[in-house]
Design a protein around this ligand. Structure first.
Ligand code: GLY
Length: 339
């Protein structure tokens, strides 16, 4: 990765020390790809255990401890090399150590590149709740190189692609058509790169309007009300990748959009077909509806016992803070299972 920008950023910032955060996988598979950029650079590496279950206060304390023992200052630079787990916990560690040091995200998964590493959401899980403790803190830069994605399996690529599909439905027909034309059988990384740049521009345009998610940014939660319920429901026995849950959640929320706002049926059916073909169907029955509904009811993003959705009146026309009846929600589960 000769032309990767990390080297230039280090030259520009001239930090007094550099700390690189990796997990056991990115240490092994991704850090070697940065060799050119880190040649003759004096840095210290912090390697943590991989997996969202380690995005917790214990790991965070280990990172703070390391920074403290190695005399990090506010003039040091923190480099997160990894997926969303790394940019979340690393961003939070950097944002809070000595009230904040600069950090750069090097995204090594498609999901992080299209979602977690952009937009400044950082944090850890706490008390059994995802991202319960955190802060909005902007990275100095988010660096992406699709060469990293060669280390990913198809499921992880598809997981990231679901968030791209989400952006395209929120953005409009131009991006949606380009996204639907992307060949998921081939997964060509050069083509993906073009599409990814457009996704990042779209996400940036939303974040620039509403960094701390008081209004416009909420549209990025499209598909996620159902998705969080699916993730929580399957978590213990048979965990699903985030993007798979988002894909199924989008089918449900598009169906709800069709029922409540007459969202175009042909697009609903086209998206449903794509998702069924590449992501399959979640394994649940009508006996599980009540429990899924209860998970949705207790989602921390709700206010006063209402379940909030982002719905689309048309491609590219989202509406935030929408509600639905229990019957309507159950109908969405039926649609997802039966179509
Ligand atoms: N993942 C949605 C957001 O960054 O707001």
């Amino acid at each position: 990765m000769e032309n990767f920008e990390l080297k230039n950023i280090i030259l520009q910032i001239q930090p007094d020390a550099i700390f690189v955060l990796t997990d056991k996988n990115t240490h092994r598979f991704c850090l070697p790809l940065l060799e050119n950029n880190l040649q003759n650079v004096d840095y210290k590496e912090i390697i943590i255990a991989a997996g969202d279950e380690n995005k917790n206060i214990k790991t965070l304390t280990e990172i703070w401890q390391f920074l403290s023992e190695n005399c990090a200052t506010r003039k040091s630079l923190f480099v997160n090399v990894g997926g969303g787990m790394i940019s979340d916990i690393g961003g939070f560690a950097a944002a809070t150590f000595k009230r904040g040091m600069r950090f750069v995200n090097v995204s090594t998964t498609l999901l992080a590149a299209v979602d977690a590493a952009y937009g400044g959401k950082t944090g850890i899980n706490f008390n059994g709740l995802k991202n319960e403790i955190g802060a909005f803190a902007k990275p100095e830069k988010t660096l992406i190189n699709v060469d990293f994605f060669k280390t990913l399996d198809t499921k992880n690529l598809l997981s990231g692609f679901a968030e791209m599909l989400k952006h395209s439905l929120l953005s409009g027909y131009a991006l949606l058509n380009e996204t639907l034309n992307f060949d998921l059988e081939k997964f060509d990384l050069t083509e993906l790169d073009f599409l990814l740049q457009k996704n990042i521009l779209f996400k940036q345009s939303i974040i620039n309007q509403d960094f701390t998610e008081n209004s416009e940014r909420k549209i990025l939660n499209f598909g996620h009300t159902f998705a969080h319920a699916f993730e929580a429901f399957f978590a213990k026995e048979n965990p699903v990748l985030h993007g798979y849950a988002v894909a199924w959640g989008m089918v449900c929320e598009l169906y709800l959009s069709f029922v409540k706002y007459n969202f175009p049926k042909d697009i609903l059916l086209q998206i449903n077909y794509l998702i069924k073909t590449f992501y399959g169907k979640p394994n649940f029955s009508c006996k599980n509806y009540e429990i899924l509904y209860n998970i949705m009811l207790h989602d921390k993003k709700n206010a006063a016992q209402t379940i909030n959705f982002v719905l689309l009146t048309q491609v590219g026309q989202p509406k935030i803070d929408q509600q639905a009846t229990k019957e309507e929600i159950w109908e969405c589960f039926d649609f997802l299972r039966e179509n």
